[in-house]
Design a protein around this ligand. Structure first.
Ligand SMILES: [Zn+2]
Length: 226
């Protein structure tokens, strides 16, 4: 994917976009664990403090494994994805938790999600996308966080999720990366930025207060701030 310079104002520069702490390191957003090799060039990076940079990684691994398990029906089949296979191999505890979360209903396998952990990651990702695209750090608690597999959404819900425009929307900030993408026609239908096909896409509504995320074309998430 193309990278554009950030000529917006400097509200999201100089501190951690997740907690407002010190700008000590760079964090990829989305996290590499959610993508496949070879990684796309020029993955977005945001400033982060050392603590945030490392403290999300276990939950990110959990979410990456959960999505693959839910998508494929078992830990064995999820392990066919190289990244997930290596996590499950080295983390027996995580593998055991996922195995215990597996259930069958009507001949279909499912996995109960640890919603706090999934939420933790989705809010982090949304904060990173909002800061990167729109220069709008969202350090406060979101007003709402929703996520569900596409298979659980009605046709109408899916259509709204894919195409909805934020009623509070306005133009991207002048000079922001979102504006560069918009001007150059790089933002896809309805504003989606595709990081890696069939693996990860996101959309930040102008103003940065609503972020939509799709992982593995399976899990749909919406994070909103007031
Ligand atoms: Zn931080």
């Amino acid at each position: 994917m193309q990278q554009y310079p950030n000529h917006g104002d400097d509200r999201n520069q100089g501190w951690c976009v997740y907690c407002g702490g010190l700008d000590e390191t760079r964090d990829h957003v989305p996290s590499r664990v959610l993508l496949d090799e070879p990684l796309p060039e020029n993955l977005p990076v945001v400033p982060a403090c050392g603590k945030c940079n490392s403290s999300f990684s276990r939950d990110e691994e959990y979410l990456a494994c959960l999505v693959e398990c839910a998508l494929t029906g078992s830990l064995a089949t999820a392990s066919n994805r190289a990244r997930v296979g290596s996590i499950l191999e080295r983390s027996a505890g995580l593998a055991a938790r996922l195995e215990a979360a597996r259930y069958e209903s009507g001949g279909q396998a499912g996995f109960s999600a640890e919603t706090d952990r999934a939420r933790n990651v989705l809010v982090k990702l949304a904060r990173g996308h909002a800061a990167f695209e729109e220069n709008e750090p969202q350090l406060g608690e979101p007003a709402s966080v929703s996520f569900a597999p596409f298979t659980a959404l009605s046709e109408q819900q899916r259509a709204r999720f894919e195409s909805a425009t934020d009623p509070r929307g306005f133009w991207p900030e002048v000079g922001s990366r979102a504006m560069h993408r918009a001007v150059l026609g790089e933002i896809g239908p309805a504003g989606w930025v595709e990081v890696q096909a069939n693996r990860y896409r996101y959309r930040v509504h102008p103003g940065g207060r609503t972020v939509h995320i799709v992982i593995a074309e399976y899990l749909a998430a919406e994070v909103m701030w007031e």
